[in-house]
Design a protein around this ligand. Structure first.
Ligand SMILES: [Zn+2]
Ligand SMILES: [Zn+2]
Length: 285
């Protein structure tokens, strides 16, 4: 899409450098446009490419790289396909929570690629507020229990696995699903049910993608003091900030290392305050 082609009356008036091509099949633009708009970026959804090539949650296509590789590849492709300076990619993944390690956790990554200066800015949001789950059921009662726990039908479900004759995604019709299960279970078998995690069918994921959008805007607003590139951010922290009462080292950060994603300029910034005694293992064991 060239700058002369009106995308809509508003975006076409912006210079090409502020237009951002967003590779998304699942209507994520409305979730992240507000904080980026405030920075002067206009998102243009690019749905001409099927992002399922990068992998699906429902196992038809498995993702080959890490979430970070994938989101960067999407952002680069978005800029390339639209012929714009900026491309945006989005990628969700589900893993164990970072605290106790057994709850499902929704990680939403966003990546803005600057094709002119050839660097990327990443933002991550994570949340335990997810319905991500699956089960195998042998009777309707178990199915209904799973539906309720999965917050169905506000959140869509998947019936069966790829290869099953009854495999179907994006189900939001409770009566249809229950009829289908009655029919399938009329002969004894185990039926696979899982949550459909595609963003447009999962309001809980949408909330986390919104948070990632806010985080991305925050990162983009932080400029490198050397080259003015966006995304100057803390990449490492050193523990050991001393306690204000007893002077012993605490786990709080005593210095942060900031790095520019474009020119690799690095600054180590010591923390100039002392740690509150509440964070001290000696004063507050
Ligand atoms: Zn202390
Ligand atoms: Zn820089």
């Amino acid at each position: 899409m060239s700058a002369a082609t009106p995308y809509n009356g508003v975006h076409s008036l912006l210079p090409a450098r502020n237009r951002v091509s967003f590779l998304t099949c699942h209507d994520k633009t409305r979730l992240v446009s507000e904080p980026l708009d405030a920075l002067g970026f206009a998102l243009e959804p690019l749905a001409i490419y099927d992002t399922d090539h990068f992998g699906t949650f429902s196992r038809e296509v498995s993702r080959t790289g890490t979430a970070k590789d994938t989101v960067l590849a999407k952002a680069k492709l978005a800029a390339e396909l639209a012929g714009l300076r900026f491309g945006l990619g989005s990628e969700g993944s589900f893993a164990k929570d970072p605290h106790i390690g057994w709850m499902p956790w929704d990680y939403e990554l966003l990546c803005l690629w600057d094709n002119e200066r050839q660097y990327a800015v990443f933002a991550l949001a994570g949340s335990g507020a997810t319905n991500y789950s699956h089960c195998e059921i042998e009777d309707i009662d178990a199915a209904v229990k799973f539906m309720d726990k999965a917050l169905f039908p506000e959140h869509a479900l998947i019936l069966g696995k790829p290869g099953d004759a009854w495999f179907r995604k994006g189900i939001r019709d409770r009566d249809w699903l229950i009829d289908q299960l009655h029919w399938l279970l009329s002969s004894p078998k185990r039926i696979w049910l899982e949550t459909d995690m595609r963003a447009h069918l999962n309001p809980m994921r949408q909330a986390v993608i919104r948070e990632a959008g806010v985080e991305l805007a925050k990162r983009l607003s932080s400029r490198c003091p050397e080259c003015a590139a966006m995304g100057f951010a803390v990449v490492r922290s050193e523990p050991g900030l001393v306690c204000m009462d007893c002077g012993i080292s605490t786990p709080l950060a005593s210095a942060h290392t900031w790095e520019c994603p474009a020119c690799a300029h690095i600054e180590r910034r010591p923390v100039t305050t002392k740690a509150p005694a509440i964070n001290c293992e000696f004063c507050n064991p």
